[in-house]
Write a protein that binds this ligand. Sequence first.
Ligand code: ATP
Length: 272
Amino acid sequence: MSVSIEVENVSKVFSMHYHRTLKQLSVGMVKRQETSKTFQALTDVSFTVEQGEAVGLMGLNGSGKSTLLKLINGVMKPDVGTIRTRGRIAGLIATGAGFQPQLSGRDNLFLNAAILGMNEAETKAKFDEIVDFADIGEFLDTPVSHYSSGMYARLGFSIAVHVDADVFLADEVLAVGDRPFKQKCMAKMQEIRSQGTTIFYVSHAAASVESMCDRILVLESGNLNYDSKVVPDGSVQGGIRYLHYDEPETDAGDEVSSGVSARSDAALGADI
Ligand SMILES: Nc1ncnc2c1ncn2[C@@H]1O[C@H](COP(=O)(O)OP(=O)(O)OP(=O)(O)O)[C@@H](O)[C@H]1O
């Protein structure tokens, strides 16, 4: 098997600036206030993903999941360490990323497909399939600024998933879609997974990670603290337990709630 993603000793630090204008900055400096602070989003993260593996990335809010995805996608560079990827990478790392609000869905489809590496002929050949999957009807020729967040997600996901990619990155792509669309996306991701595409799937929905992935990584405050391939007797369920996402929620209605391990297959299919 060939290596698809190699992440070696990667760290990422962000700077947070407290003052927005030069005047505020100057006043802050005179008063000897702190003007900026650094934040360590990822610390010495290392792992390797083989071609065809389906990896779930979980962790609490702010644990560094999206940052790691952006580094793998190449939209950000690590401060320390190296990331190597093999083949074409596609995916949705933010709903509607790359969409131009004033352009129609149709124009954005061609633009977004080009950003993801598809040439015009390829996009034309897949156009009907992409539009059918997105199922946004007459809104295709409407500026995307008029779209609902679900429609943004439909079009964005549909374009990304129809790229012939070696690696598919998905960051909370299903968070805003309605249930029928989420189920369609899960089925499509299973399809590209069965064709040998590497899947890197970020989600807070434990059941969908359990049904989609054969490996789990758990980030905690920027540290990779659970890799089911590395820890003894590791498993996707083990990672979910490690994160306490298998425990019942006290409040009803949360999509990552209530005892994943105790659910029926039908319920698992719905928890996406
Ligand atoms: N461009 C940035 N500048 C400063 N801080 C940032 C930047 N991007 C992310 N961060 C910080 O890095 C940390 C990790 O953010 P990240 O978006 O990777 O978390 P996450 O695990 O994806 O969270 P969530 O589950 O909420 O989506 C957060 O504390 C965030 O505030």
